[in-house]
Write a new protein. Structure first.
Length: 235
């Protein structure tokens, strides 16, 4: 069952306010507000490192209906700033369910706003482009909200999500060097399934370090943030 109900709000940089119920982490969420239209795969989305530092809005109205399982994680943890959903299911049903989404969000310290019209938020983002936003308690005064909205943008997302050290996967004939800028586990498993063994490097690895493993090919992963924040990697 839910703990004592907490009221909260999502405030966008353009002044729009969406009120709902707070779950998950107790901290304030500050970041770019983006949306995803997936009808399932909420746990894969939550653990996708590409969303690091963002507030993610799910357009599909019911979230959490089949629970959570570590098998579906795409990264070592959730890097979201915040999560916005229409309805949080509190009675998940699935043979693989090991944990409710509400417990997962609390464990991962992800501020979550539920009970809002996520499609209205999505239309606004689609028409105006990405907007900075915050998820805060409903009673927070506007001057404090504005201070949070004025915080400078973060630029170290890749540093936060990349692997801290080199590791290997698989035993296939072809050897692929993977540059991890925030890669999903399913991508690694897919390359491995093509008969490859992988050597996965941190984003800070130099060209010399990567080439020294004598790979048959090099794979550059996707990841969060703006490529312009990584001039040394591009070079």
């Amino acid at each position: 069952m839910h703990e004592k109900v907490r009221k909260g709000k999502l405030v966008l940089k353009d002044g729009s306010v969406f009120e709902g119920t707070l779950y998950g982490g107790k901290r304030n969420a500050v970041g770019e507000v983006v949306f995803t239209t997936g009808m399932s795969g909420y746990q894969e989305t939550l653990t996708d490192p590409s969303f690091c530092g963002q507030i993610v809005v799910m357009t599909y109205p019911l979230v959490g209906n089949y629970g959570c399982n570590p098998l579906f994680n795409q990264g070592k943890k959730c890097f979201f700033q915040g999560f916005v959903i229409g309805e949080l299911c509190d009675c998940p049903s699935n043979w693989r369910n090991e944990q409710s989404l509400e417990d997962f969000l609390t464990e991962q310290d992800i501020p979550t706003l539920a009970g809002v019209d996520t499609r209205a938020i999505t239309r606004k983002i689609r028409n105006h482009g990405v907007l900075q936003g915050v998820i805060v308690p409903a009673e927070m005064p506007d001057d404090e909200v504005q201070k949070l909205l004025a915080l400078p943008a973060v630029h170290n997302q890749v540093e936060e999500v990349t692997t801290p050290e080199v590791y290997t996967m698989g035993d296939g004939k072809l050897h692929v060097a993977v540059m991890d800028f925030g890669i999903k586990r399913n991508i690694l498993k897919s390359i491995e399934a093509f008969g490859c063994r992988l050597t996965v490097f941190p984003a800070s690895a130099t060209a010399e370090e990567v080439l020294a493993c004598d790979p048959d090919g090099i794979f550059l992963s996707n990841g969060p943030g703006d490529p312009k924040d990584l001039p040394e990697v591009i070079e």
